[in-house]
Design a protein. Structure first.
Length: 262
């Protein structure tokens, strides 16, 4: 009888030990599985973020040639780069070509002294017809010179909104909005700031990146410094308002940084 009473607790103890071990193993397996799942989600997240940038999206397009459409005023024309092929739009095209490994065709529809009302809006249909892969829309500098009264600011707001909305809904183009340009001691800096706020709000409304040119020209007279000679390239006298070659270099760099990161 003593042997019988001794064996019963022993088997109970053995069963408890086995049950505890199994429970611990299951718990460990669950933790390990959770770690694996987190790693998979994290890996997918990294892949997803990589594909979200403009440059990566252009890379993955199933086409060998990309079209870049520049719509703007005298800045986009190129005043006063050293050569036509060293204006910021062409430099940006070259950067896109290197960054994507694809040929990039530049279409430049820009004119000196124009605004979004008298040039951007009338030419938006041409942009849509060309169905570009990426476009820069650069207005506000001349618009701001007309003042910040309700009429001029209202027209600018309405017409820039229309241009961006139509490009956004009627093409698959990546849009880059550009703010105003000024010398560091420019006459219309206060007006520019008001128009820049409109540009930024429209960028937010349509989820479009805004390239802030004031980060280049503010407190930096070197980017507008010119020899005031006659430009054979653009057939006009140089000034100290428009970007010189350094200014164009920096604008192109800022555009390219934007497509790499947004």
């Amino acid at each position: 009888m003593r042997r019988k009473y001794f064996l019963i607790p022993f088997f109970l103890l053995l069963m408890i030990i086995l049950a505890t071990a199994c429970s611990s193993k299951k718990s460990t397996t669950k933790v390990d599985k959770t770690k694996v799942e987190r790693k998979v989600v994290k890996s997918k997240s990294k892949t997803s973020n990589k594909k979200m940038t403009t440059l990566n999206d252009l890379k993955t397009l199933k086409k060998k040639t990309l079209t870049y459409y520049a719509l703007g005023d005298s800045l986009s024309v190129g005043l006063f780069s050293n050569e036509m092929n060293s204006r910021f739009t062409t430099l940006f095209s070259n950067d896109l070509q290197k960054g994507t490994g694809k040929k990039v065709t530049e279409i430049n529809t820009s004119s000196v002294g124009k605004t979004v009302t008298n040039f951007g809006l009338p030419n938006v249909q041409d942009l849509i017809d060309k169905q570009p892969d990426i476009t820069t829309i650069e207005f506000g500098t001349n618009d701001a010179a007309y003042g910040v009264d309700a009429k001029n600011l209202g027209d600018f707001t309405t017409n820039l909104d229309t241009v961006v909305r139509r490009v956004k809904t009627e093409t698959k183009a990546h849009i880059l909005l550009m703010t105003t340009w000024s010398p560091s001691d420019g006459k219309y800096i206060a007006n520019d700031a008001t128009y820049d706020q409109v540009i930024k709000k429209i960028g937010q409304k349509y989820n479009v990146p805004v390239v802030n040119l004031s980060t280049i020209w503010q407190n930096n007279p070197q980017v507008t410094k010119n020899d005031l000679g006659y430009s054979q390239v653009y057939n006009r006298q140089k000034d100290t308002f428009h970007p010189n070659q350094l200014g164009h270099d920096k604008i192109a760099q800022l555009l390219y940084e934007t497509v790499k990161n947004k």
